[in-house]
Design a protein around this ligand. Sequence first.
Ligand SMILES: *Cc1c(COP(=O)(O)O)cnc(C)c1O
Length: 248
Amino acid sequence: MGEDKDKVCTEKSGIGYGYIADNIKVVENNILSACKRSDRNIEEVMLIAVSKTMPVEALKAAYECGCRDFGENKVQELVDKYEQMPKDIRWHMIGHLQRNKVKYIVDKAYLIHGVDSLRLAEEISKEAVKKNVTAHILIEVNAAQEDTKFGVSIDETAGLLENISRLPSIEVEGLMMIAPYVENSEENRQYFVSLRQLSVDIMKKNNDNVNMNVLSMGMTGDYEVAIEEGATYVRVGTGIFGERNYNS
Ligand SMILES: *Cc1c(COP(=O)(O)O)cnc(C)c1O
């Protein structure tokens, strides 16, 4: 069985089923260990397979291994893959979303991770009303205050949430962060702690339509530290599918 799949995947994409299956096992074991170290329940931590740039065959292999949460950062790519993949997948829009593209994904994304302005939230709300759905979003926080990253500052987050909480058909589920790229994941622990603390502070404000159940933080280089500090979604791409090739 595994061998057949291996052949199919390898022929079509050069990425074997066995390779992806092995990687997923490693990641799942690491998640389990991080949960044990921090005395957390494994069920609190969800793995998002970040499949951007990967061919559908690679996603199918991950799906066969049990993955149901996939992360994409481009609207067109998410829509294309949405159409080709099974319908029980939860699609996570993890990239910066342009307002003029909201209409294409508002009824397809299970969770929109990168909301960092009222204008974007208003557009999501407007399109959700039109399509008669509730949009679930995360606020992207730039905890390390990097110039190159999207996201609101820690200080701006509560104000933005207060305004978003008044919009119809939109539900805030929590916070998201893209931590700095670092060699040693320990350097990012401070930012994971800040995001967690921020979510606790916001929870106390009890805004309507604002939940703080989700902390989307941690990528291939630092997801174990992120879990130790409270991540509920980790977004792992390279660790599952291997290096991305942006030129092809
Ligand atoms: C690409 C991407 C990831 C996955 O990165 P890896 O280092 O390959 O795990 C996670 N989150 C976001 C927002 C991304 O754009």
